[in-house]
Design a protein around this ligand. Structure first.
Ligand SMILES: Nc1ncnc2c1ncn2[C@@H]1O[C@H](COP(=O)(O)OP(=O)(O)OP(=O)(O)O)[C@@H](O)[C@H]1O
Ligand SMILES: [Mg+2]
Length: 273
């Protein structure tokens, strides 16, 4: 690397990390879990300033080239309705003040399971990660992408052995190729998991996650998207997963090595891996 490039990359990274922190701090909604007629449900209500934040996020998303947008209220309601119906046959109600009443999903968010020090490095965490990846791959096979596929937005139900993606406020730009949209979801999940994984276990966790996802075309797209530090969406990516420069670079390198290794072993005449 040239002598000028490395400091320039670090300055860019620091600026993106600061903007990422701001993006992460923005709150759009409050969530309350209620019991109504002995049925547990979730009430999600947008805050008064949400429409302004969402309007402001549009030009920023264009500048950062994020490939996603946060939906305005009416489109958000429609998407939650459509996805809860199609994924779990559940209905979504809207109250007079615009509050969404969503089905309660039993279990725990993957992020909470990974943040629990009592579960650090356990088989249970590994199973939860694999379940979330498999549920994402299943979503993708149905032609759906999430748009904000962080470990915070998937609930792992250990008792039932299933994982449910939720929080459908953000949507991918439909003009982006499907492989790009899938890779963006995979990036969000991978980085938010690895940000919560001990450095010594990251390489093995990454390999297991990409194996469980099982689509090398998407892994190639992912490797290309995270390769440059000087990329426009870096602030958005760091907003999802607060990684240090070193960790972000190490993850990008691991994805690239994995993708290159698979490409080599798939080449005609190459020995089988
Ligand atoms: N359908 C659900 N079933 C069970 N728990 C839920 C459900 N929806 C939300 N939760 C709980 O509420 C938390 C926050 O929900 P959600 O991810 O929808 O909003 P948010 O990310 O805080 O809001 P935003 O992304 O709009 O800033 C989740 O991490 C989860 O613990
Ligand atoms: Mg969320």
């Amino acid at each position: 690397m040239s002598g000028v490039r490395a400091p320039a990359e670090r300055v860019w990274f620091a600026a993106c990390a600061a903007l990422g922190w701001l993006l992460r701090s923005a709150r759009y909604a409050t969530v309350r879990i209620d019991d109504e007629d002995r049925v547990r449900l979730v009430r999600k209500r947008r805050l008064a300033h949400a429409p302004l934040l969402i309007a402001m996020s549009r030009p920023l998303a264009a500048v950062l080239d994020t490939g996603v947008r946060v939906l305005p209220h009416r489109e958000w309601v429609e998407r939650e309705r459509q996805l809860h119906r199609c994924l779990r046959g559940a209905s979504v109600r809207v109250e007079a003040d615009g509050t969404l009443v969503l089905p309660y999903l039993a279990g725990e968010p993957l992020a909470a399971l990974l943040d629990d020090p009592a579960l650090a490095e356990t088989e249970r965490q590994q199973r939860a990660i694999a379940g979330a990846v498999e549920a994402l791959a299943a979503l993708h096979r149905r032609g759906i992408t999430h748009g904000d596929a962080m470990a915070d937005n998937v609930i792992v139900d250990r008792a039932a052995g299933v994982s449910h993606w939720f929080d459908f406020e953000t949507v991918h730009d439909a003009r982006r190729p499907m492989a790009w949209r899938r890779a963006d979801d995979l990036r969000a999940l991978l980085t938010t998991v690895l940000a919560r994984t001990a450095p010594g276990s990251r390489a093995a966790t990454l390999q297991r996650m990409l194996d469980a996802y099982g689509d090398e075309e998407v892994v190639r797209e992912l490797a290309a998207s995270v390769a440059p530090v000087l990329r426009r969406p870096l602030a958005f990516h760091l907003g999802q997963a607060a990684l240090s420069y070193r960790d972000e670079r190490a993850i990008a390198r691991l994805v690239r090595e994995r993708s290159e290794l698979r490409a080599t072993s798939a080449a005609p005449g190459a020995p089988r891996a």
